[in-house]
Design a protein around this ligand. Structure first.
Ligand SMILES: [Zn+2]
Length: 84
């Protein structure tokens, strides 16, 4: 009879802790490490290329606009499907 494996090994726990610490250091806006994007020396160091349009999100937003008057419209769950 074998002993059941613990759900998280010590190594797993160490990795999850490292991941949490890494995520804690990420900028909530751009997802880069804060030490990079929030560094005063980074001022003026980024550019914003022209946006790419997501056609799935375009279709989703158009569909959602038709439900803005619905009760609790924020509770409506939408998803997109590729036309067949
Ligand atoms: Zn940032």
């Amino acid at each position: 009879m074998s002993t059941p494996e613990p759900e998280w090994s010590e190594e797993d726990q160490a990795w999850m802790l490292a991941l949490a610490e890494y995520r804690a250091g990420l900028c909530p806006a751009c997802r880069r490490p804060l030490r990079e994007c929030a560094d005063p020396d980074a001022d003026g160091g980024y550019t914003v290329p022209s946006p790419t349009r997501c056609h799935a999100t375009t279709a989703l937003l158009i569909a959602q606009e038709q439900y803005t008057e619905s009760p609790q419209a924020g509770a409506l769950l939408f998803h997109t499907e590729r036309r067949g």
